[in-house]
Design a protein around this ligand. Structure first.
Ligand code: ATP
Ligand code: MG
Length: 204
């Protein structure tokens, strides 16, 4: 898998995770990179919803790795955050390899640390999309702006900052595997996919 996707808003990141979940199998290792607040956990939330695992999926604080069991007989999701880890030796302490074969393992900030866990992996990097170099200065063309001098930064809200997501599969596992098309993902939160209680993060 090699793909580059523009993700306009947080809801689209959830939908991308859902699409990705459709091709994830037990034994898969997904390594997420991107700056603070890039949207890594949001993507994992979409993956979790797509896999139909028990939530909620949150940013780990004290717990560095968390197991989300499946609600539908599929693989569990192991969600780890390696931000505070300094070396592959510390990764070893998490025992991710014990659950790797039977689970889908997704590691935020895992680049350079977790590659040794599995022969194959999917690297996902998330970056702020560059603002489109639109014609003109990017103001509000024809907009009935109250006046000049008012703020120009009332554009998209905090949930709507485009990201560029690059997916790169490494190893035989990912050869010939593509990202399912957008239409294949139900609207996040609609819980219609499996008819199960997964999805909206209110499972407990
Ligand atoms: N296009 C977008 N994709 C994803 N998130 C977006 C987007 N636009 C805005 N956001 C917002 O950005 C934030 C992303 O937070 P998130 O916790 O997913 O990032 P993170 O990469 O996991 O951060 P950290 O490095 O702290 O773990 C959320 O508040 C989300 O609503
Ligand atoms: Mg995070």
């Amino acid at each position: 898998m090699h793909a580059e996707v523009t993700v306009p808003a947080a809801a689209d990141m959830l939908a991308l995770g859902w699409r990705l979940a459709a091709v994830l199998l037990p034994g898969d290792l997904v390594v997420l990179s991107g700056d603070l607040g890039a949207g890594k956990t949001t993507l994992v939330q979409g993956i979790g919803a797509g896999l139909g695992v028990r939530g909620p999926i949150t940013s780990p604080t004290f717990v560095i790795a968390r197991v989300h069991p499946s609600l539908s007989g599929g693989p569990a999701l192991v969600h780890a955050d390696a931000y505070r880890l300094g070396s592959p030796a510390e990764v070893d302490d998490l025992d991710l390899d014990a659950s790797l074969e039977t689970s889908v393992t997704v590691v935020e900030w895992g680049g350079g640390l977790v590659e040794g866990l599995a022969p194959d992996r999917l690297d996902v990097s998330i970056a702020l999309a560059l603002p489109a170099p639109g014609p003109g200065t990017g103001g509000v063309p024809g907009g009935p702006g109250p006046d000049s001098g008012t703020t120009l930064d009332n554009g998209p809200g905090p949930e709507q900052e485009p990201r560029t997501v690059r997916l790169a599969g490494h190893g035989a596992r990912w050869e010939g595997v593509g990202l399912p098309p957008p239409g294949s993902a139900p609207t996040p939160g609609s819980a219609a996919a499996s008819g199960s209680a997964a999805g909206s993060g209110d499972a407990r």
